[in-house]
Design a protein around this ligand. Structure first.
Ligand SMILES: NC(=O)c1ccc[n+]([C@@H]2O[C@H](COP(=O)([O-])OP(=O)(O)OC[C@H]3O[C@@H](n4cnc5c(N)ncnc54)[C@H](OP(=O)(O)O)[C@@H]3O)[C@@H](O)[C@H]2O)c1
Length: 283
């Protein structure tokens, strides 16, 4: 005797019919869900600091494409910020730009107030504004160290504090960290320290916002093709970074914007209090 059980043929046919009906219903449901799924940002508002260029500009445009009304921010480059708004509007989105230095807490307050005046509230805050000054410890100027702490660490704190007070339930808060916290290369010490602060900010803030369905994360890019990274580097040095990356290229701002958009979508809700590394595998 084999181990086969003797199941009546009619029962097998019924089970097969039931299974295929269930599969068809599942497929139809999935199709309906995909068709009916609204764009993630429909009716929602995003504020992205430092979005006149680089990763912030790509993020502002990507979130606008996902349906968010977007507040764009710059420190100095008003023309670039206005250009990002023009691009968003030309693509059918809504945006305003606000010049505000994030290292000034009263300017950060004004940034959020102007966002509220334009769009009535905020659902997503991306604390992205940042600067990088590189030097070995023995050569780091006081002014460069102070400005990095003022913009990257204090500035992001002021932005996250306001986000904690204002982001609506179910929202997202993202702070830009960096994979340099793992690479730890010479000359990057003070900059890396200001970025490591973002990992701690996000983890603790996620816990403080318990019960509000707001997910807070740090986003840690690797090397990305923006002036923050390329300024002061030779083409050979940049090629060297590309060679160290398994995909054999450095990141583009859109690579990071895509991951931020995923974190902001409903599918990203369960990622909370984490540092998300998006670096093409360089670390
Ligand atoms: N690029 C990379 O390889 C890389 C890697 C890891 C992490 N990151 C992080 O990603 C973020 C964005 O970097 P990025 O490469 O896109 O830099 P970027 O191209 O140099 O752009 C920096 C943006 O921040 C704004 N900004 C600078 N200081 C500001 C201030 N005090 N107040 C308000 N806005 C200010 C700039 O505005 P203006 O145009 O007015 O100057 C600009 O919009 C930074 O936090 C950076 O640390 C970058």
């Amino acid at each position: 005797m084999s181990g086969q059980t003797n199941i009546p043929r009619r029962a097998v046919l019924t089970a097969m019919a039931t299974a295929s009906a269930a599969l068809a219903a599942g497929a139809a449901r999935a199709q309906t869900t995909d068709q009916a799924r609204p764009t993630p940002g429909q009716g929602k508002v995003a504020l992205v600091t430092g979005s006149s260029r680089g990763i912030g500009a790509a993020t502002a445009k990507r979130l606008a494409r996902d349906g968010y009304a977007v507040t764009v921010n710059c420190e100095k480059n008003r023309d670039l910020a206005a250009g990002v708004v023009r691009d968003i509007e030309a693509a059918g989105g809504s945006a305003v730009w606000v010049q505000a230095d994030v290292s000034d807490p009263s300017a950060v307050l004004r940034l959020f107030e102007e966002n509220e005046r334009a769009f009535g509230g905020v659902d997503v805050v991306v604390s992205n504004a940042g600067i990088m000054r590189l030097a070995p410890f023995s050569n780091m100027a006081d002014a460069d160290f102070s400005r990095m702490v003022d913009v990257n660490q204090k500035g992001s704190f002021y932005v996250l504090r306001e986000a904690a007070r204002r982001v609506r339930d179910g929202g997202r808060i993202i702070a830009l960290s960096s994979s340099i916290t793992q690479l730890r290369s010479p000359t990057y010490g003070p900059y890396a320290a200001t970025k490591a602060a973002q990992d701690l900010f996000a983890n603790v803030l996620a816990k403080e916002l318990e019960g509000r369905m707001i997910s807070v994360n740090a986003m840690a890019p690797g090397v990305v093709n923006t002036t923050l990274f390329t300024d002061g580097k030779t083409p050979e040095q940049i090629a060297g970074f590309a060679a160290r990356t398994p995909h054999k290229r450095i990141g583009e701002p859109s690579d990071i914007a895509d991951v931020i958009a995923a974190l902001c979508s409903g599918d990203g809700a369960w990622i909370n209090g984490q540092t998300v590394f998006a670096n093409g595998g360089i670390v």
